[in-house]
Design a protein around this ligand. Structure first.
Ligand code: FE2
Length: 228
């Protein structure tokens, strides 16, 4: 405490700062949770999935969602979780979902269950427009082949914040709690699970690799709670 007993000190920029830890408390409420799960020894799984995904595309089944189909992005049909060939990746998804249920104290007679699953191939130049996944609790993405780009961007869902924004110090890193978006670089073998209501989009794939090696390939899914 400074000599005047005010509980405040003056910085060089004449900013008044309370120094006693017990008098000034910050708590974070209503957070946006993003889970990251790395599959162990994912190389074999990814190799199998790559073959499956390209075989699926060859069959010509495609739907248009957030993907940039006009530029060559491909989105599979959405019931891959019912195809036993995808059981190995479903097993990994279920392991991550069980962990989430446990961590969040979800009712034990309920199970987080995959309700739809699809794959996307984004060749260089392709991305996904910002979107949400309606009617689901959680959504996720598993990176089969990351290529060199196509970061996923999650956007602060609290749109009311747009009404007034503070200015931050240019030279200091903005505190994580004040970010308005966050990006993740895709890593093969990694899974991200996020709230289905969270707006997200995917930057264009900037890979310089040719052929299939340049493709960004993912398996994505929606999740809801169901009675065990
Ligand atoms: Fe999505």
């Amino acid at each position: 405490m400074p000599p005047d007993g005010s509980g405040s000190v003056r910085t060089s920029k004449a900013r008044s700062v309370v120094t006693e830890p017990d008098r000034f408390v910050r708590k974070n409420y209503f957070p946006t949770m993003i889970f990251q799960y790395d599959v162990e020894n994912s190389e074999d799984l990814n190799k199998t999935l790559l073959d499956l995904v390209y075989a699926e595309r060859e069959q010509g089944i495609a739907v248009n969602k957030s993907n940039t189909a006009a530029l060559g992005s491909w989105h599979s049909a959405t019931a891959l979780h019912k195809n036993p060939a995808y059981d190995p990746v479903l097993t990994e998804v279920n392991a991550a979902l069980a962990r989430i249920s446990e961590e969040l104290n979800y009712a034990t007679d309920q199970l987080l269950k995959v309700t739809s699953m699809w794959s996307i191939i984004n060749p260089p130049g392709n991305g996904n427009r910002a979107h949400i996944h309606p009617n689901s609790l959680w959504s996720g993405v598993y990176y089969v082949q990351a290529s060199d780009g196509g970061k996923i961007e999650f956007i602060d869902p609290r749109t009311v914040l747009i009404m007034n924004q503070p200015k931050y110090e240019d030279k200091k890193k903005r505190p994580r709690d004040c970010w308005t978006k966050v990006t993740y670089k895709p890593v093969a073998g990694r899974m991200l699970i996020f709230p289905a209501w969270l707006y997200h989009g995917v930057d264009p794939n900037l890979s310089k690799k040719s052929g299939r090696a340049g493709d960004r390939v993912i398996v994505s899914f929606n999740v809801n709670q169901a009675k065990r």
